[in-house]
Design a binder for this molecule. Structure first.
Ligand code: FE2
Length: 332
């Protein structure tokens, strides 16, 4: 029985997993208004919610802390202040109840739960979230980065544009709703081999939107129209870029399946584009349900259970690594 604790960014998530089965997965997300994530405020949120979420998860799973065999926590990458709340909470529980701990790489957890749920082994992996955009494959117990963003993560592209157009809770899901029914406006498309760049796309999207505002038509009508079209085009352009690099990697690696994971993998348009690409190319496509693509504790517990044999450590040996890229991980 593994208790998982996730605290890399704006979500404090907890979950309990036993032999690959998710018994609970309850978390809470800090939602900044009119600004990006302030690490200190997110960390305060996590500290405030810690006890309440632990109780909720134990109740949902129908277990006591005494039944838990080990505590898995997010070791990184992430915001230092947020990671430390998860670490300290995990250490406190481990010392109080005499448990071992397992440090889990956050992208590894997203990947493994998506693989487990979709049943696709050795897939090509597209990992897309706020801070990360990577195309990966696992070989010989190591992850290789085949391609990645050269500047910002794709989720941050949507959040930053959402803030620019004045959304109170700037988030990809809200922007995707706004984009429904928009018309396509050409925006910069930047793919370099299997790498991607989003910063020029963000700058140009802002310029197109501001130009739309000053066209002298009734203000409300023009603004709504402009926002919708630009948001729609931002999704279409960036997702097409993701599909191009994924397809190129697919032909190079000859993998038989593709999984998409991470927060942005919840987007139905992205799922649809990848699914039709995989169908055309005759390979499998897999994606986990939304609760495992947003940051969550169950995936940390699930991944912790997979690496339990090698990964168990005493609380005093545990720390965090803000820059813990998945290609630093060694599984064998
Ligand atoms: Fe994540």
């Amino acid at each position: 029985m593994i208790l998982g604790i996730e605290s890399t960014a704006h979500t404090l998530g907890m979950g309990i997993v036993h032999k690959g089965k998710v018994l609970s997965n309850i978390g809470d997300t800090y939602k900044p208004r009119n600004e990006g994530i302030i690490p200190r405020k997110a960390a305060d949120h996590h500290a405030e919610k810690f006890a309440e979420l632990l109780k909720a998860n134990l109740e949902k799973a129908g277990v006591r802390m005494e039944d838990v065999d080990a505590i898995a926590y997010s070791e990184g990458p992430g915001l230092g202040a947020c990671l430390k709340v998860g670490l300290v909470g995990a250490k406190y529980l481990a010392l109080k109840y005499g448990k071992k701990m397992i440090g889990v790489n956050h992208p590894f957890a997203h990947i493994k739960i998506a693989e487990g749920i979709s049943g696709i082994s050795n897939p090509l992996i597209l990992y897309v979230s706020g801070g990360n955009t990577q195309l990966l494959m696992e070989k010989g117990g190591k992850f290789r980065v085949l391609g990645e963003t050269l500047d910002m993560g794709i989720g941050n592209l949507f959040d930053a544009f959402g803030r620019e157009i004045g959304m109170e809770y700037a988030h990809g899901a809200g922007l995707a709703k706004l984009a429904e029914g928009g018309k396509y406006v050409p925006l910069p498309y930047v793919v370099k081999g299997m790498n991607l760049s989003f910063s020029g796309l963000l700058t140009q999207a802002g310029k197109v939107w501001r130009a739309g505002r000053s066209m002298g038509r009734p203000a409300n009508e023009v603004r709504t129209h402009g926002k919708r079209d630009v948001a729609y085009s931002l999704f279409e352009t960036s997702f097409a870029m993701l599909c191009e690099v994924t397809e190129r990697a697919l032909f190079l690696t000859r993998r038989k399946g593709v999984i998409v994971c991470g927060g942005v993998a919840q987007n139905r348009r992205l799922q649809g584009m990848l699914r039709s690409m995989c169908k055309e190319d005759g390979v499998e496509f897999g994606v986990a349900p939304d609760e495992f693509n947003r940051d969550n504790g169950a995936m940390i517990a699930y991944a912790g259970e997979l690496i339990m044999k090698k990964g168990m450590r005493k609380p005093e040996e545990c720390g965090v690594d803000q820059d813990y890229r998945v290609d630093k991980l060694r599984l064998h």
